[in-house]
Design a protein around this ligand. Sequence first.
Ligand code: 0PR
Length: 383
Amino acid sequence: MFPERGASEEEVLEELRRKTAEDLTFDSGRILGSMCTYPHPFAIKVITEFIDRNLGDPGLHVGSRKVEEEAVEMLSNLLGLERGYGHIVSGGTEANILAVRAFRNLADVEEPELILPRSAHFSFIKAGEMLGVKLVWAELNKDYTVNVRDVEDKITDNTIGIVGIAGTTGLGVVDNIPALSDLALDYGLPLHVDAAFGGFVIPFAKALGYDIPDFDFRLKGVKSITIDPHKMGMVPIPAGGIIFREKKYIDAISVLAPYLAGGRIWQATITGTRPGANALAVWAMIKHLGFEGYKEVVRRAMELSRWFAGELKKIPGVYLIREPVLNIVSFGTENLEQVEEDLKRRGWGISAHRGYIRIVLMPHVRREHLEEFLRDLREIVRG
Ligand code: 0PR
């Protein structure tokens, strides 16, 4: 019911705290299956100071718009491109939808089809439905990467583009993007790489010596990349990223907003009014941590995931779905559904996929949390 009279801030806050008391929080160490984390304190500071900025009307917030452009430029650089075109958006879902929208609008096809791996995130289902694009699912290899030959077999005159994934949602697997890029070039099709999760992991993991396939704009067939700062970038939600290699992709999805403060403005994002503060926080975090800072975050997460995978393997009745590639470790057990239920009952925030449990070694996850989890898991599977 809409209250007749207002209550004091204290009363309202008190009620909110009570109502959210059952939420799991990141600092409890209980959230092990999320791709989000507690935001970096500096990012929170930036958001608080610039909370009123609206990138939906960049003519009002001219400086913030320039900062967003610089954030896009720095992300492009990280992904091997001197100059990219894109936006800080609401998340991976919006970023993926924008990429599919650009591919569709640039293709002169009546019944558009998009080829994507079986492992693709469900945001593409939204994209397909909203944009009238038929999704053509490509099969996976035994190692859970997409089968490139199957992708090729599925190309038709109606194909508008191909999707590859750099850090799959369930297993953190990186597809053979170099082979997909070659294929895309051969057939004159654009390749979109969904690095929503992997974008803030792979460049640093590679610098640390981990053997991970190339995935970014250094491969000429790659025309767009999703990279989310609100995952491993440690920026508060919402902060996604979409980067295009060429301006024509942005132009293809831009709509005229004729009356805004900046005059006739072209707008490519799905959201109109959108948070400037989060784009500023992306910029600020990149400036504050730098490549070396993020590398340290990733070093910790990768080391922890290798150790955790090793410990899981020691538990009888527990098996890895595959060796981890990034900082995601997924495992199966006998009576999986029962195990999931028992873990949840013991207060663990895990992500139960069909056939396995996914653990994401985000920055808030520490070794002592995992040791406690392993103790519980051992007890549960022992029965
Ligand atoms: N692409 C990939 C590869 C993803 O894994 C995700 C989200 C997206 C796109 C979509 O990103 P947004 O959710 O930002 O739109 N993957 C996470 C998942 O489904 C999202 C998530 C995050 C789920 C935190 C739970 C959670 O606690 O696992």
